[in-house]
Design a protein around this ligand. Structure first.
Ligand code: NAI
Ligand code: MG
Length: 497
């Protein structure tokens, strides 16, 4: 599709009154008739009206998903057929790449260079990777020590899966949830974030076009405390996969108790990024920028605690501040933009509150710190910010800020920095910059986090497992690890006596 053709499709999509939800293969209004607005964070203006799902819509979606799981074409489909459907979704995403990228940039704010260059291709890739797994989910034969017994396991789908996702990578999060669940043969109800429902709904249309049977994928937009809570509590939902704040993750876990549904949680982080004097400093500085400013810092793996060795501290901070000041902040639709807006006024206030708290506790602002004015005053823009002279015990060094704000601290010894890096309720990611392979492996062993990047940062691939230690959550996504979270093991004993 050409750029102008995809712009026409995007504007037609946005003008729907409202954008509807997907239940049982039908595009429907909310049972209540209510709608909500989704905004463009670059302008603060209303982008589209969306059907507002609530308890009754969730219940209808769960019934549709249950029916599709228990009977109907999906239940009888071969793994190969499931794989083909997932592969077809990947192709359709690529065919509609420009349109999806534009929709993502408008709804979430992220720079078009990333929605086009990263979000769309990675979303397609996720479907393609799990298309391959549909035919490779195997049980085992078990060498039991009881004579004349043939014992084997089957890996079966869980059933009806509820999936609740955040606003920071709307399309990618949808693919991380949908693709493995479907590869394993489950049926799903996806609840996108209220700030960014659009690409998940457009993806729903492509899923229908690919030929998924009715009710296999249901997409119900709405708020967390209504639609989200109803899904987490629902007694006929077998599993909830949640990505979002640690606070809400705990609520989801409590809500799961009613029917002991399985839960996997991808939650917050306060990830350390550690630079040693033997690192290639130019790369390390570039890496530190990517670690914190990619997606305006609104990423659970953000390298938000920067530990720099004392011997190179001053020069690193100087280079970092210069590079942060030079970053192009602006509307995501501008191809030159490197850092887009923050998602909402609420998040902007929250992040600004953290900057003030850091300054109150004695941090020095080395870059940024202020909101953008002029043409950008009506959007939620904040300059890339560096807080220096931070101490481990300050609030800004302990709590997830989820914005373009890095706190910097010097260190001296490897054991010291590992201990300080591990001093967190979180344990999602960590970065290490060094030319010394021994230091690298030592830190991989010492750091308590689910992913460690050495001389790189924020790398993701459908084949590489991802998830947290401690209060960053549990369960893994991506790779074959995630299939454990969407299947259950059945053991069969056949007496041969
Ligand atoms: P949130 O955790 O409230 O939202 C994530 C998802 O959960 C959304 O779909 C929301 O509608 C849903 N939700 C909210 N309350 C719910 C409930 N009671 N039951 C079921 N679902 C519910 O995150 P929010 O408020 O958008 O952001 C606040 C902070 O959370 C951020 O500043 C950041 O620190 C953290 N966060 C972390 C993310 C991550 O990727 N780890 C993503 C988004 C936010
Ligand atoms: Mg929006």
């Amino acid at each position: 599709m050409t750029t102008s053709a995809s712009e026409t499709v995007v504007s037609a999509f946005l003008q729907r009154q409202p954008v509807r939800m997907l239940i049982g293969g039908q595009w429907v209004d909310a049972a209540s008739g209510k709608t909500f607005e989704t905004l463009n964070p670059a302008t603060g203006e209303v982008l589209a009206r969306v059907a507002e799902g609530d308890r009754e819509d969730i219940d209808r979606a769960v019934k549709a998903a249950r029916a599709a799981f228990e009977s109907g074409p999906w239940a009888k489909m071969t793994p190969s057929q499931r794989g083909r459907l997932l592969w077809r979704v990947a192709e359709l995403i690529e065919e509609h790449a420009d349109e999806l990228a534009m929709l993502e940039t408008l709804d979430n704010g992220k720079p078009i260079r990333y929605s086009k260059g990263s979000d769309v291709p990675l979303t397609a890739d996720h479907f393609r990777y799990f298309a391959g797994w549909a035919t490779k989910i195997e049980g085992e034969t078990v060498p039991v020590s009881i004579p004349n017994m043939f014992t084997y396991t089957l890996r079966e789908p869980l059933g009806v899966v509820g999936q609740i996702i955040p606003w920071n990578f709307p399309m990618q999060m949808a693919s991380w949830k949908l693709a493995p669940a479907l590869a394993a043969g489950n049926t799903v109800i996806l609840k996108p974030a209220e700030q960014t429902p659009l690409t998940a709904l457009r993806l729903g249309e492509l899923i229908c076009e690919a030929g998924f049977p009715d009710g296999v994928v249901n997409i119900v937009p709405g708020y967390g405390h209504t639609a989200g809570a109803a899904l987490a509590e629902h007694l006929d939902v077998d599993k909830i996969a949640f990505t979002g704040s640690t606070e809400v993750g705990k609520k989801v876990l409590m809500a799961s108790a009613g029917n002991l549904k399985k839960v996997t949680l991808e939650l917050g982080g306060k990830s350390p990024n550690i630079i040693f004097p033997d690192a290639d400093l130019k790369w390390a500085v570039r890496g530190a920028l990517t670690a914190i400013y990619f997606n305006s810092g609104q990423i659970c793996t953000a390298g938000s605690r920067l530990f720099v060795h004392r011997d190179i501290y001053d020069q690193t901070m100087e280079q970092l501040a210069k590079a942060a000041d030079a970053m192009r902040v602006g509307a995501g639709v501008d191809p030159a933009t490197e850092v887009g807006p923050i998602i909402s006024q609420e998040q902007l206030d929250r992040v600004a509150g953290y900057i003030e708290s850091g300054q109150r506790e004695g941090a020095i602002t080395r870059a940024g710190g202020e909101r953008l004015g002029g043409d950008l005053a009506s959007g939620y823009f904040l300059r890339p910010t560096i807080l220096d002279q931070v101490r481990d015990e300050m609030t800004v060094a302990r709590e997830e800020i989820f914005g373009p704000v890095v706190v910097a601290m010097p260190f001296e010894e490897i054991e010291e920095v590992a201990a300080r890096a591990n001093q967190s309720i979180y344990g999602l990611a960590a970065g290490v910059w060094t030319a010394d392979v021994k230091k690298a492996h030592k830190l991989v062993a010492l750091l308590k986090s689910g992913v460690i990047w050495v001389n790189t940062y924020n790398q993701f691939d459908a084949a590489a497992p991802f998830g947290g230690y401690r209060q960053s959550g549990y369960g893994r996504e991506m790779g074959h690890a995630v299939l454990d979270a969407y299947t259950q093991v059945k053991t069969a004993w056949i007496s041969l006596r």
